[in-house]
Design a protein around this ligand. Structure first.
Ligand code: ATP
Ligand code: MG
Length: 411
């Protein structure tokens, strides 16, 4: 089983193609749908291959014994093929959206109706990998060619049904470097206020995807242009000098670097009081604790470096430099004050070559107690001062550390 499953693990596309073929052989319509068709037509590697079919959930299960329902009320089954999970969804229309994010019910339908429920023309195409034909009811291929994001049907109604589509439009436009078709764009502007009614998790998730992608500065520009950023972030700062910090980030960021992208965006928009901004964004974007504290650390370090770096002593510089996110903060500084950033980097290299940046402290509470001092609130202050002296090289051994502590306690 192990060997065979590794050996049989071809490309996801081949696995999905086999799923389509099996459904067709059982007498059903079956095609690739949506994002994978779009990505393949423009030569991008599709992330996952979704299959759409005329077969009902029960009929899908009759073809694939191991299929299991993942959203059965929506007619979605997951079928595993050579280790690849393939979503198989029954053609459907979607009922009214009374909560503007999930249809109240779905109705099984024709392939044409299934195309009409999809958001944008470029996302509304199907590909039959067996017969090798494109099924394109809404001129998606033409818009793909022309670089256009256009809502399927009446844009105002489509954004009113599901407000999240406004953010999807921005994400696709920036990722593919497409333009949003004018009527689609004005429908977004007209509906922008409605964004507040969708869940913060969904907003946060879309924003994360935008900021981690390399077109993040364009996403931020579009959010401003379309009047969405106020709703997304819960503030109305704007970006007076453009998104130059976002634009300066390296093109690919991993998940870990999300706080760096957030901090860049915040600096572009003007930070003001750091804790107020961080609290606001945490709530608006449902940030995790790690992302929230990363954002806060970067913004604080960025400000400290800009305002104080030159006046800091050796110990204070070392203490800052060893903090997590320090280099991310220096990268932000480099956008507005490149000479200062270079100076900081050179200084750190110099300090690091002279000795460890964050050596183990010679003095601790335990050492003081061992030496006969009774624990007191003074301990922290003395231990900190002695560590500063160690970082600055004013003392050279644990014995000198203890001697300095004695002096400090006496005075
Ligand atoms: P990617 O996964 O690369 O972000 P995608 O187009 O595959 O892009 P998914 O969210 O995976 O996006 O959705 C798959 C397809 O389902 C879309 O291509 C689109 O046809 C349809 N779809 C997804 N979300 C919506 C929505 N909110 N409204 C209408 N159709 C949608
Ligand atoms: Mg997808």
């Amino acid at each position: 089983m192990g060997f065979e499953s590794i050996q049989g693990r071809g490309r996801a596309e081949d696995a999905a193609c086999e799923v389509v073929r099996a459904l067709q052989e059982a007498g059903h319509e079956a095609v690739f749908a949506g994002g994978c068709v779009r990505d393949q037509l423009i030569g991008l590697d599709a992330e996952d291959f979704d299959v759409a079919t005329s077969a009902t959930t029960e009929q899908v299960k009759a073809v694939f014994a191991h299929a299991y329902g993942v959203g059965e009320s929506f007619g979605v089954n997951l079928v595993r093929r050579h280790g690849w999970p393939i979503q198989v969804a029954t053609f459907r229309t979607e009922g009214p959206y009374s909560d503007h994010r999930r249809p109240d019910h779905v109705t099984f339908a024709t392939i044409e109706e299934d195309a009409a429920r999809r958001d944008f023309t470029i996302n509304g195409m199907f590909w039959d990998p067996v017969k090798e034909v494109l099924i394109d009811f809404h001129d998606g291929a033409k818009d793909l060619e022309g670089g256009i994001i256009r809502a399927i049907g009446d844009p105002v109604a489509r954004f009113d049904e599901d407000h999240l589509r406004m953010l999807r439009a921005v994400r696709f436009a920036s990722r593919l470097q497409f333009e949003i078709e004018p009527q689609t764009a004005s429908a977004i502007q007209a509906n922008a206020d409605q964004l507040a009614s969708i869940s913060r998790e969904r907003i946060g998730d879309e924003i994360r995807r935008m900021l981690l992608g390399k077109s993040r500065a364009r996403s931020a520009d579009l959010l401003d242009e379309l009047g969405l950023s106020t709703m997304v972030l819960g503030d109305d700062r704007g970006a007076p000098e453009g998104h130059r910090h976002l634009a300066a980030l390296p093109s690919e960021l991993d998940r870990i670097a999300y706080p760096k992208a957030l901090a860049s965006w915040a600096v572009d928009r003007g930070v003001g009081e750091i804790s107020a901004l961080v609290d606001q964004w945490r709530e608006s974007l449902m940030l995790s604790n790690d992302d929230r504290s990363g954002l806060e650390s970067i913004l604080k370090l960025h400000r400290q470096i800009l305002d104080n770096w030159q006046s800091l002593g050796v110990a204070a510089q070392k203490r800052l430099a060893v903090l997590p996110w320090f280099s991310a903060a220096v990268e932000l500084v480099a956008v507005e004050e490149p000479e200062l950033a270079t100076e900081v980097r050179n200084r750190i290299a110099e300090l690091a070559s002279e000795g460890e940046m964050a050596p183990a402290a010679w003095l601790s509470g335990a050492v003081l107690i061992e030496a006969g001092f009774a624990p007191s609130p003074e301990f922290t202050r003395v231990i900190d001062s002695v560590y500063d002296a160690q970082l600055e090289g004013r003392i050279g051994s644990p014995e000198e550390a203890l001697a300095l502590a004695r002096d400090l306690f006496e005075n």
